[in-house]
Design a protein around this ligand. Structure first.
Ligand code: XUL
Ligand code: MN
Length: 344
């Protein structure tokens, strides 16, 4: 039987709707209630930031942190869920203001490494080996403020430190070219994989590709995924959508460009992604206008559209494709794709 896709999202994807120009417009939903929604919405995996699991992790002993993380693991078990990954949230702490691993202040860099280790311990307590590094403030507002060569060396050191600290963990770098920084280090999967290959254990470092992040870099998300998959390094995805070069929109999957979404699904199918057992992660935001009662629909909608696109990929007429390619008639192939997407 063909392997089935498994879906995940993070608790931050059900949110209060605050944006840089206005406060929350919906009440908060407590974590335990969010967990209850996962299965109902068709999801099996939970993505975590370290402090999603242990909110006071900076203020408690390692033993207490473990205890709290174990409580969360029990909550997951009770709901039949698994943790997909844990990511260190370095960007909200004052010590991360200039970036963590690449901060100019050595004390801040030390803090970031310590936080990474604690994040790792939370991951183990939650039962997942995967760590995700979205390198939020690792970059600059002005280029003159850092030595970028040194910064990339610090990033490599951070990877190596974690690989040495835990010989079971896997690291997925989530590239993004900008926001909150003007220039972010590791803007593409190519950068991430170069670091992975240079690390002390390349077999345990790969990437997580987010649709919107690739689009913000002016790249095609499907080709970014293909590059990672061509060397077995697509550890996860954050499917969503993005309407042009603006702030990171995290729209529902396929909402801005159905064809680009189709091609992401096509490449995941071509690469046998479901057989890898890895998750289809979503990183989507509900519109600010959405009422509380329906502020989770963007998640199930994205999943529904993903699965419909899987059907579209699987039912595309292969004979037509082969003939168009043999004839080098890509105009005909394009028309066939568009007609197929439009239902005939
Ligand atoms: C930021 C982003 C993050 C990461 C997790 O743009 O995508 O939510 O996915 O840290
Ligand atoms: Mn993301």
């Amino acid at each position: 039987m063909a392997a089935e896709y498994r879906f995940s999202f993070g608790p931050w994807n059900i949110h209060e709707g605050a944006d840089p120009f206005g406060p929350a417009v919906r009440p908060s939903l407590e974590f335990a209630k969010k967990l209850k929604m996962y299965k109902q919405l068709g999801f099996d995996g939970v993505q975590f930031h370290d402090d999603d699991a242990v909110p006071n992790m900076e203020h408690v002993s390692p033993a207490e942190m473990q205890r709290q993380a174990k409580d969360v693991k029990k909550m997951l078990d009770d709901e039949g869920l698994v943790a997909e990954f844990v990511a260190p949230r370095l960007w909200e702490d004052p010590r991360g203001v200039d970036g963590g691993f690449t901060a100019n202040d050595a004390k801040c860099r030390d803090w970031a490494i310590e936080r990474l280790k604690r994040c790792n311990d939370i991951g183990n307590a939650l039962g997942t080996r995967l760590r995700v590094l979205w390198l939020a403030r690792e970059g600059t507002y002005i280029r003159e403020s850092k030595n970028a060569i040194e910064a990339y060396q610090y990033l490599l050191e951070a990877l190596n430190t974690l690989l040495r600290y835990d010989n079971q963990c896997e690291i997925a770098i989530e590239p993004k070219p900008n926001e909150p920084m003007d220039h972010a280090y590791c803007p593409t999967i190519g950068h991430a994989i170069a670091l992975a290959l240079k690390s002390i254990d390349p077999n345990r470092v790969g990437g997580l590709i987010e649709t919107a992040h690739a689009l913000l870099a002016g790249l095609d998300p499907a080709d970014e995924m293909a590059f990672a998959m061509s060397i077995g390094k697509l550890y996860s995805v954050h499917l969503n959508d993005q309407n042009g070069l603006k702030f990171d929109q995290d729209k529902s999957f396929a909402a801005a460009n159905l064809r680009t979404a189709y091609n992401q699904v096509r490449v995941l199918e071509l690469g046998g992604y479901p057989e890898t057992g890895r998750f289809i992660g979503l990183d989507v935001k509900a519109m600010r206008t959405q009422k509380f009662e329906t502020s989770h629909k963007h998640l199930s909608n994205s999943r529904t559209i993903f699965l419909k696109l899987v059907e579209k990929v699987r039912t595309f007429p292969r004979d037509v494709e082969a003939q168009c390619i043999a004839d080098r008639d890509y105009e005909a192939l394009e028309l066939a794709v568009l007609q197929h997407l439009m239902g005939g």
